[in-house]
Design a protein around this ligand. Structure first.
Ligand SMILES: NC(=O)c1ccc[n+]([C@@H]2O[C@H](COP(=O)([O-])OP(=O)(O)OC[C@H]3O[C@@H](n4cnc5c(N)ncnc54)[C@H](OP(=O)(O)O)[C@@H]3O)[C@@H](O)[C@H]2O)c1
Length: 242
């Protein structure tokens, strides 16, 4: 019996790379995201099923349940990102802008994972796998984005304890700066910042989406049955666990 995987944010970047790996390994894969066209194109190329919805919208998530699988063996919450990248960090003289930045990053990176996971909890199979996308910035800091990514860590360990008796695992994968994602394709990421983060790695380079996906594929596999409640950094040593 093939496994059934749901990958939020599976239309682009790391989520897409995960979806492609799982589909190639024989899993039935459902990818989700807001842009129908992006999702449909990725689904056709990967051999996945597209279910478009906004993961931060309770009505959207509830409505999507009709199209999401009745049994879920693998759930990867990759939807999210740096909500205020294009405009840069909020003007600290503008409290409304600060508020919008914190709420936007929280909705995009935390609520998206919490709402989808909570909605799918009754459908999780025994021995299911949950992987949430964190970030090295959860430890090193990056304004609202890093801080909200950090909140995924205790929530994920709580899931691990809550579901562990059924053989279900829950882990966070925290990438460092990763190419092959919208963040680095759009040209919004300043070159000086890119060079700065490159020099912060042990191997002198940024990561690739497929390198992050390879770790997620392992955590989603039966072989990772005793790895749960962990935060795994895939960052070229940018964050070493200290
Ligand atoms: N790239 C990096 O350097 C890096 C580093 C650390 C952590 N991460 C994390 O890794 C995860 C994947 O990001 P990525 O870099 O691969 O970025 P990406 O290419 O921008 O992919 C993010 C995906 O999430 C979807 N998404 C965003 N908000 C959504 C929402 N409200 N509802 C449904 N789908 C939503 C987007 O599709 P739509 O816009 O169509 O909805 C997009 O396909 C994110 O959680 C990100 O924070 C990335």
């Amino acid at each position: 019996m093939s496994r059934i995987a749901v990958v939020t944010g599976g239309g682009t970047g790391i989520g897409r790379a995960v979806a492609a790996r799982l589909a190639a390994a024989g899993d039935q894969v459902v990818i989700t995201g807001r842009r129908k066209d992006v999702l449909a194109e990725a689904a056709a190329e990967i051999g996945a099923t597209a279910v478009p919805f906004d993961a931060t919208d309770t009505d959207g998530v509830a409505a999507a349940l009709a199209d999401l699988p009745e049994r879920v063996d693998v759930l990867v919450n990759a939807a999210g990102g740096l909500a205020d990248l294009a405009g840069g960090p909020p003007d600290e003289n503008d409290l409304e802008a600060v508020r919008a930045s914190w709420l936007g990053n929280f909705e995009s990176n935390v609520l998206s994972a919490v709402l989808v996971t909570t909605a799918l909890l009754p459908r999780l199979a025994d021995h299911a796998r949950i992987v949430n996308l964190g970030s090295v910035t959860a430890r090193s800091g990056q304004g609202a984005y890093g801080a909200v990514k950090a909140t995924l860590e205790p929530w994920t360990s709580e899931l691990a304890f809550r579901l562990g008796a059924r053989g279900i695992t829950a882990n966070v994968v925290s990438p460092g700066p990763t190419e092959g994602t919208d963040l680095f394709r759009g040209g919004d990421f300043p070159a000086a910042r890119r060079e700065f983060v490159r020099t912060r790695t042990a191997n002198g380079r940024l990561g690739q989406a497929d390198e992050v996906a390879a770790t997620i594929e392992f955590l989603a596999s039966p072989a990772a049955s005793h790895v749960t409640g962990q935060v795994i950094h895939v960052s070229g040593g940018m964050y070493l666990g200290r």
